[in-house]
Design a protein around this ligand. Sequence first.
Ligand SMILES: [Zn+2]
Length: 221
Amino acid sequence: MEERKIKIGNRITSYFIQYKKIKNCYLKVEQGQIVVHAPQMMNIDQIEALIIQNQDKLLKRMDQYFCKADYVDQGYVYLFNQKYRILLKDVGIKKCAIHGLDLYVYHRDIEKTVTLFLKEQLMDYLVRKIQAYLLNDFPLNKVDITLRKMKSRWGACFYKKNKICFNSVLVHVDKKLIDYVIVHELCHFIEPNHSKEFYLEIEKRMPDYKQREKRLAEVGI
Ligand SMILES: [Zn+2]
C-alpha cells in the first residue's frame, strides 16, 4: 500500500492507495484512516479530487472511529460495547476474569492473554446465537465457525463448505450489531449474492437491519 498525504477540512491526513484490477474507485475508512482502492489506470489527481469531493463523509467516518483497546496495565478494552479497565495481576497464567468494570489479567503478556479471552467470549456468543437462529429460520442445521482478524469485512460466508468466518473485531461491538452480521452471513446460505432477494431475506428476520448496518459502518473495523 502506498501512503500519501492530503489536506482535507483543515487538517493534513495520511491516506493509503491500493491499486487493483477493478473498474471503479472505492474510498474506505479503515481503523480511522482513509484507504483508496483504485483501478490501475487512475492517477493521483483523480484520486485526490475524489477524496476532496467526499471529504465531509470521510471526516465524519474518521472522527467516529474509536480505538477499541489499549493493551497495557491500566489500559482498557471494549467487550460487547462495554468498556473495561485492564488491571495486571501477573501470576503467569494466560487467563482473565471480569470484576465489575475491571478486567483482571493474570499474565504479563497482556495483549495475547486478553485476545485469547476475547476470542472465547465471542465464540461462546456466536455458537449460542447461531444455534438459536438455525433452529428457527434457516435451511441447514450445522455451520462451522471460525474467527479471524480481517481488515475490511465483518464476516465471510463459504456456503458451499458450510462455513462462516467472523471478524474477531466483532467482540468489541454491541451484540445487536453482531446479530446483524450473523443474520447477514446465514442468509447467504439462502441467497449467495447481495441481491434484492438477499436483503429481503434479512429484512424478514431483522426489520431494522438497515440501522444496524449503518451503525456498524460508523463503528468501523
Ligand atoms: Zn454478504
